[in-house]
Design a protein around this ligand. Structure first.
Ligand SMILES: C[S@@+](CC[C@H](N)C(=O)[O-])C[C@H]1O[C@@H](n2cnc3c(N)ncnc32)[C@H](O)[C@@H]1O
Length: 338
């Protein structure tokens, strides 16, 4: 677990594979990166992404992924963002091919695919396909002891008032559904009584919201023991799920594709997303690594959030820009998109 030999708070020029091979086992808390996409862009060098065969491209990425897994701590995580590509008018599903092979090869677990919804996607000429406006950020972990600070993730949303229906409309639809249901008269009475109670809890601010499930009208819990909600559905004909958090922490994140004035890097990923992932998956002083650091977005976010960073990048021109960006970054600067 020694990190003393790591190039902390530095961005190194070079091929990431031999550099990663010098890092000690289990020394990095969080790897966040976006490798070159398949046949999409040139980054001023013949490198990953220019392969003619898809599997050769994936193999190159997987060797690096394996090395990243080796150096990640047991309580750490690895986040890989990849884009897809069309070949013969059909999507290759490259991000998913990569994720499946990465899991098979290394035994990591894919705990989430955080879906980036691009607010300003690249328009396409092809009138017979929809514009592609999403890209996954895969969150892999090595074991079940991973750091996961859910309360930190998108915390700014919690501070916002919940945009609810007008208070008099809360639960209105459920009253109608109870009436339409096949519940007995006694069950309907109990359902109305419990629904009235839970609506009052929302109005008074005791809980954030709720969902009601009514037998034969909503999908029932599948499998498992005859307990909890399944039992309530069986016995009473309904069940109520109370939601205590103001904002649900969802696996979707919306933000625009970024470019930085004067920076020549063609594929900068959003600082906002990287900040949120760092908050979710690490603590202050932890080491955050980006083996394909490009314009330095991951290093900037790590510095802003008082983590230690390491960036690796093949193109020296990008490294110069990245170093400058990191130098200008202020500790504590957080982007608060909604
Ligand atoms: C998609 S970009 C990363 C952009 C970055 N996330 C950002 O926000 O600027 C991929 C980067 O990987 C770099 N690269 C390609 N092959 C590499 C290798 N073998 N080792 C290190 N960097 C490499 C490319 O030069 C490019 O800058």
């Amino acid at each position: 677990m020694s990190i003393s030999s790591l190039p902390l708070n530095q961005i190194l020029v070079g091929d990431c594979l031999p550099l990663l091979q010098t890092f000690p086992n289990e020394s990095i808390k969080l790897v966040i990166t976006s490798p070159p996409y398949y046949q999409q862009r040139t980054y001023g060098h013949e490198g990953i992404g220019n392969e003619t065969e898809i599997q050769t491209y994936l193999d190159h990425l997987l060797v690096i992924f394996q090395e990243c897994v080796r150096i990640t701590r047991p309580d750490g995580a690895l986040v890989f963002n990849l884009g897809d590509k069309y070949q013969n008018s059909s999507l290759l599903l490259l991000p998913y091919q990569f994720a499946l092979q990465a899991i098979e090869l290394t035994g990591v677990k894919l705990i989430n695919q955080l879906m980036w919804h691009k607010l300003n996607p690249t328009p396409r000429q092809d009138k017979r396909k929809l514009v592609q406006a999403t890209e996954p950020f895969f969150i892999f972990v090595k074991g079940m002891d991973y750091e996961f600070n859910q309360t930190e993730f998108m915390a700014h949303l919690d501070a916002q008032p919940v945009k609810n229906k007008s208070k008099s409309d809360i639960g209105k639809r459920y009253f109608e559904l109870i009436e339409l249901s096949e519940l007995s008269t006694a069950q309907k009475q109990l359902a109305v009584q419990e629904l009235t109670k839970v609506i009052q809890e929302v109005k008074s601010g005791k809980i954030a919201s709720f969902r009601m499930k009514i037998r034969h009208l909503h999908a029932e819990p599948f499998g498992g023991q005859m307990g909890g909600r399944k039992m309530q559905l069986e016995r009473n004909g309904f069940t109520i799920i109370r939601i205590h958090d103001k904002a649900l922490k969802k696996d979707v994140i919306e933000t625009a594709v970024e470019s930085i004035r004067g920076n020549p890097h063609p594929a900068i990923y959003p600082l906002f997303i990287v900040q949120q992932l760092i908050l979710l998956l690490s603590q202050a002083d932890d080491v955050v690594l980006d083996p394909f650091c490009g314009s330095g977005t991951t290093c900037v976010a790590a510095k802003q959030l008082q983590r230690q960073f390491i960036g690796l990048e093949l193109n020296p021109e990008y490294v110069n820009y990245a170093k400058q960006r990191v130098q200008e970054a202020e500790v504590g600067e957080l982007e608060l998109f909604v």
